[in-house]
Design a protein around this ligand. Sequence first.
Ligand SMILES: [Zn+2]
Length: 286
Amino acid sequence: MALSTPASFLGRLLATSLFVGCACGVITSPLFGNAEAAAPAAAGDGHNSGALDLLLAGNRRFFKGRMLHPDQTIGRREDLAKGQQPFAIILTCSDSRVAPEVYFDQGLGDIFVIRTAGNVIDDHVIGSIEYAVEHLKASLLLVVGHERCGAVAAAVAGGHADGHIGSIVESIAPAVKATEGRSGDHVDNTVAKHARMTADALRASDPILAAAVKAGHLTVLAARYDLDTGRVELLKDNDQVESAAAPEDEAKAAPAAGAHPDPHAAAPAAAHAVPAPAEHTPAAGH
Ligand SMILES: [Zn+2]
């Protein structure tokens, strides 16, 4: 990986008052807010909220079949050869159906992605996230579980797993146990719980991530991707998906074809209320 922290971006970051360090409380923001149409915010507005809005706006384009495929030109590739400034970190499953660059309609250099079966974490994963936070200054980390995750289903089924697959199942086991006896589908409940527990563990991870969260430089959120609809929805403290506001008319919300807003410079003003500090569930099993 090429280290890249352009001075201009660093300066902008340092001049930016980040809106929240921990967003594990109830999220009052409009999930599918009109990020593209929002006027660029003045310096000092939230960086993280702009990143979240860009992701959710891209996901809206995806599940509506109106992708823009931004940042995939030769020019973009050539610009990125000089360095990268991904605006968000995505930890998600290796499942071939859940590629975040696709379901968030992003391009080269936009998101820093780590994928493991069942979006489990270990030292390598945490180190990768730390790198993106420390050196690339990404300020949003989204842990995205997904519907009918095979790794989660294996963990719920229990029994012996061959080879190193057992270590994946073991990492998901605390979420399996935590959702036993709940109404609804055990696999789907575990997907949500596991994503939330993983986000909690990362939020509390010493020394780098916990410090970044405490300093307001990093927001960690959990989400669920729906295989049937293509939709990504944030998870609340009770593991339920955040009810989404009615999506705006895409014709109004979408930028001109090929355009891609600068997430580092254009955090939408007042798009997200500051979530109330909330209790963290203990980091579990990771
Ligand atoms: Zn999966």
